[in-house]
Design a protein. Structure first.
Length: 591
């Protein structure tokens, strides 16, 4: 079926069921950002492949609500599908609920699949529509009846990580979570989010592209710990390890029935990381406590073993990036390189690193105008051929058995304009501003976001995405709860968190610039004015200096850049051959 035929089929099914508006979120029963094929519902229905968005379909309108990261991509991918782009004003907000109020009359019916909507989203929709006598049904999966070749759930084996890698065993982590349950006075706790499950049980898998997670739920009830998972994924050896930790293994499909038959007074769950279908299956006699999963906060603070492994993985990743950019510089003159071919080459180079498992997200290799699309992924239709001129933006990362990386660099392929140099230098200043921030303990993400944007604001420039996100340890490259964006007023920056700092600047149709490093938050000093913190930059890859307009930098900026590049050479040179080291020496010369 074409996309218009799929839209017609959805509308026919809506009419049969008396549904006036149908909502399709970008999610799965674990409220994941990156999805197994079975739950890539938005891509199937509309052709839009971005990682964030919501489709809303009525009899006479079909729209995709998404944020500024995807405006250009959405316009391109939705052309001719019957869907239109609706630009979100606030990233992640359910603004379509208010739109539905304006479109529907009393007695209308709105439906969605509760397996794909978080509790928080479902409650927003219900709270907005129900008072206006609009019926809301959160248990309707229209796609199941018309998506004839819908993929089955993945079945690849899971595996466990040793304490020498994680720095803490499962028993210790379970005990810490149970202590938090006591504090909150709850008798049960449901964990749906795959990264929380992976961290808590030191388990990894291959169920979601680029994210080493395995599909499952964890239920802590009394002294029992139950892992609901496809039991074929767990080897006998690993079952024995779980048995030692008193973790029971039950089939993945038993999770809903187990929750619906609970006999407990109270249960704790995270409304942003639990699907509505699971939430709605909890017995009415059980009081639901909605709060962030304790494991989410614990996971965000890396222990010394995880930090040491991450420092080591940055060397491996930095070596790969050095070899990659050297190769690009040498090969671009031949006129054969494309966005897809260089992304493939980067993965090939990374794969030679010890412990490499996968890339941590689809590589964003954006040449010239494509660099202005923050989440661009080249397709056969869009695949640009590189020339020895213009800017190349590469945002990429690796999943290693001892850590996760995420890095963005922009390099010149030749004939750079004055405007490009100015914009690059301003973004560099912003990266330095965020990286060198000193801040009191308790500082929130919105404050780091503002400090980082200051050099761009001073020049009347800005960017439409957040400044940074948390990063997991051999886990999701986007890890909460901390983010550096204008809306994070709740989560403080704690010692041991690993985050990205990635300001950017985008001129649609021309070029994009983003410079991203990962940083570790650390304690700095304590005095009569309080406890102060700062960041340690962890990413080890040269920052191009041929794009810098030194006249726009303060002395402290120049000092930081020169010190950083010298440090990069010192850390990577012992791992490079003579020719590679000489090339990097030139790239890291002081300005």
């Amino acid at each position: 079926m074409s996309y218009t035929e799929r839209l017609d089929a959805i509308r026919r099914e809506m009419k049969l069921q008396g549904i006036d508006a149908y909502i399709i979120p970008s999610s799965d029963p674990h409220i994941s950002e990156y999805l197994p094929g079975r739950y890539k519902c938005i891509a199937w229905a509309s052709g839009f492949t971005g990682s964030a968005g919501t489709l809303v379909i009525t009899a006479d309108f079909a729209g995709l609500w998404t944020d500024a990261r995807y405006f250009v991509q959405a316009n391109e991918q939705l052309a001719g599908t019957g869907f239109e782009l609706v630009k979100l004003k606030t990233q992640g907000a359910a603004e379509y609920a208010t739109w539905l109020v304006e479109q529907l009359t009393s007695g209308s019916k709105v439906a969605f699949d509760g397996n794909l909507a978080s509790v928080a989203v479902a409650q927003t929709v219900k709270d907005t529509l129900l008072p206006l006598d609009i019926v809301v049904d959160g248990h309707v999966d229209i796609l199941e009846t018309i998506w004839s070749d819908r993929p089955i759930l993945p079945a690849s084996p899971a595996f466990l990580l040793d304490e020498s890698t994680t720095g803490e065993n499962t028993i210790s982590k379970l005990n810490r979570v149970r202590e938090k349950m006591k504090t909150k006075r709850v008798s049960a706790h449901l964990i749906s989010s795959l990264d929380d499950l992976a961290w808590l049980l030191n388990i990894r898998g291959n169920d979601v592209p680029c994210n080493p997670v395995v599909l499952g739920f964890v239920l802590l009830a009394g002294k029992e710990t139950i892992l609901f998972i496809d039991t074929e994924k767990i080897s006998e050896e690993n079952k024995a390890v779980f048995e030692q930790a008193a973790v029971q293994i039950r089939p993945y499909t038993d999770a809903y029935s187990a929750v619906s038959s609970l006999e407990v007074d109270t249960i704790l769950l995270d409304p942003k990381r639990t699907c509505f279908a699971m939430y709605d299956s909890i017995p009415v006699s059980t009081k639901i406590i909605e709060d962030i999963n304790p494991s989410t906060l614990m996971k965000a603070v890396k222990n010394e073993v995880e930090i040491a492994h991450t420092r080591n993985v940055m060397i491996k990743d930095g070596v790969a990036m050095t070899r990659f950019f050297k190769w690009v510089e040498e090969e671009v003159q031949q006129g054969q390189l494309t966005e897809i071919s260089i992304a493939d080459k980067l993965q090939e180079i990374r794969a030679k690193g010890e412990g490499f498992v996968d890339i941590s997200f689809d590589t964003i290799a954006g040449y010239r105008a494509h660099g202005a699309l923050p989440h661009y992924k080249a397709t056969e239709a869009s695949n640009a051929t590189l020339k020895a001129e213009g800017l190349l933006l590469v945002d990429s990362g690796g999943q290693y058995r001892d850590g996760t990386t995420d890095i963005t660099r922009v390099v010149s392929l030749g004939n750079i304009t004055y405007e490009e140099k100015v914009d690059y230098t301003l973004v560099l200043k912003a990266t330095i501003a965020g990286s060198t921030a000193i801040f009191p303990k308790g500082t929130r993400g919105y404050q780091i976001d503002a400090l980082t944007r200051r050099p761009l604001w001073d020049a009347l420039r800005n960017y439409g995405h957040g400044t940074g996100h948390g990063v997991g340890f051999f886990l999701n490259v986007h890890e909460g709860p901390h983010v550096f964006n204008p809306t994070n007023v709740d989560i403080s920056i704690e010692k041991g968190m690993i985050s990205s700092i990635e300001p950017g600047l985008y001129r649609e149709g021309e070029y994009g610039i983003r410079i991203e490093n990962l940083v570790l938050s650390k304690e700095l000093d304590t005095n009569q004015f309080g406890n102060f913190m700062h960041f340690e930059t962890m990413t080890i890859c040269y920052i191009a200096t041929d794009l810098v307009d030194k006249s726009l930098l303060h002395d402290i900026d120049v000092e930081w850049l020169n010190h950083y590049n010298a440090w990069v050479f010192m850390k990577l040179a012992p791992h490079l051959n003579t020719e590679e080291a000489a090339w990097l020496k030139e790239k890291t010369k002081a300005i």
